[in-house]
Design a protein around this ligand. Structure first.
Ligand code: FES
Ligand SMILES: [Fe+2]
Length: 341
């Protein structure tokens, strides 16, 4: 078997048509992390979000169930919720005041006679799949998708070696935007080959000989088992994950963070990171850990931006990935190819 694999064609990293297919075939077919479950713990609490260009709303019903819907009024397509979050007892569309209960059922269409044409059967909100894992809320636009647990695959088992979210406190969320294609960022996140060159600080914090990188078919992710030199900071070992298509997880004995990679356009991507820490980790340590993560993010966006410009330059068409050095990037690109086939 060959030791190298040809990388994805350069135009996949800026082409509009490829981007639209990825949105439909990849991001609308997979689960997406949305929010900390604490934000929708009480009856009536809701949050709004987007997956690709679809608006969604997630709500805790008055009966205590978690539900998801397209944030889409069945009358003339307004969003029914315009706030990021809040609490309510029913949805009332801001446009012409059609209302829906928190189970999504049409209640009232002012000025229309409820009956033959306007019925809850025809005009209720369109459901979206939602589920919770480790206190985190996920949603999926594909009604036929596998359960969240089977989508996570081996991640569920690996996470059991680390503290749960419920044993930690939420500290902060950070958002960064890059003029890069999401796959450019993912290629980079799925390999450790660039660690010594691009991240000297992070590299120095790890016992490099003990880093193990493997592709996990059950769950379609790349796992990095790492050992930290400073045991007091991160409690020795950690597990980093790049989960296809766009989720990163960092488990350690003292902290947890999750990152969502959000493709905005073929040449624009937003990375959102949420941080939790064990109560024993004090404020200055938390601040330091988040700053450290932000430095790594800055380094990654920096190199990916340079790569992006050359991918768009028209000279480079395709390159080479090494089975030894970049198995995670090979695995990631295979997942992309399969999804677009
Ligand atoms: S669009 Fe919602 S009530 Fe008209
Ligand atoms: Fe990196």
């Amino acid at each position: 078997m060959s030791n190298t694999v040809e990388s994805l064609p350069a135009n996949w990293y800026y082409d509009e048509a490829v981007f639209r297919r990825e949105q439909k075939n990849i991001f609308e077919k997979n689960w997406t992390f949305i929010i900390d479950g604490a934000e929708v713990a009480k009856p009536g609490q809701f949050v709004t979000a987007t997956i690709t260009n679809q608006f969604i709303v997630i709500v805790r019903t008055l009966q205590g169930e978690l539900k998801g819907f397209l944030n889409l009024c069945r009358h003339r397509a307004s969003t029914i919720c315009t706030e990021d979050n809040g609490s309510l007892t029913q949805f009332t569309c801001p446009y012409h005041a059609w209302s829906y209960d928190l189970n999504g059922r049409l209640k009232n269409a002012p000025g229309f006679k409820m009956g033959e044409q306007v019925t809850p059967e025809k005009f209720s909100l369109i459901p979206v799949k939602v589920d919770i894992w480790n206190g985190l809320v996920f949603a999926c636009l594909d009604r036929e998708c596998a359960s969240l647990e089977s989508w996570l695959g081996d991640i569920v088992r690996i996470s059991e070696n680390y503290p749960t979210i419920s044993e930690m406190t939420f500290e902060a969320m950070r958002s960064n935007e890059g003029s890069i294609n999401w796959k450019n960022y993912s290629d980079n996140s799925a390999e450790g080959y660039h660690l010594p060159t691009i991240h000297p600080g992070l590299n120095a914090a790890l016992v490099s000989k003990q880093t193990r990188i493997a592709a996990y078919e059950n769950g379609k992710f790349v796992g990095f088992e790492v050992v930290y030199k400073d045991r007091s900071q991160d409690g020795s070992s950690g597990f980093w994950i790049y989960k296809f298509p766009g989720m990163l997880l960092h488990f350690s004995m003292n902290s947890f963070n999750i990152e969502r990679v959000i493709p905005i356009g073929p040449q624009t991507t937003v990375m959102q990171r949420w941080f939790w820490f064990k109560p024993s980790i004090d404020k200055p340590q938390r601040k330091q850990a988040i700053e450290f993560s932000s430095q790594v993010m800055k380094e990654d966006i920096g190199i990916c931006t340079r790569v992006q410009k050359n991918l768009e330059g028209g000279v480079y068409q395709t390159g080479l990935l090494s089975m030894q050095q970049e198995p995670g990037a090979i695995f990631f690109q295979q997942c992309v190819k399969e999804a677009l086939r």
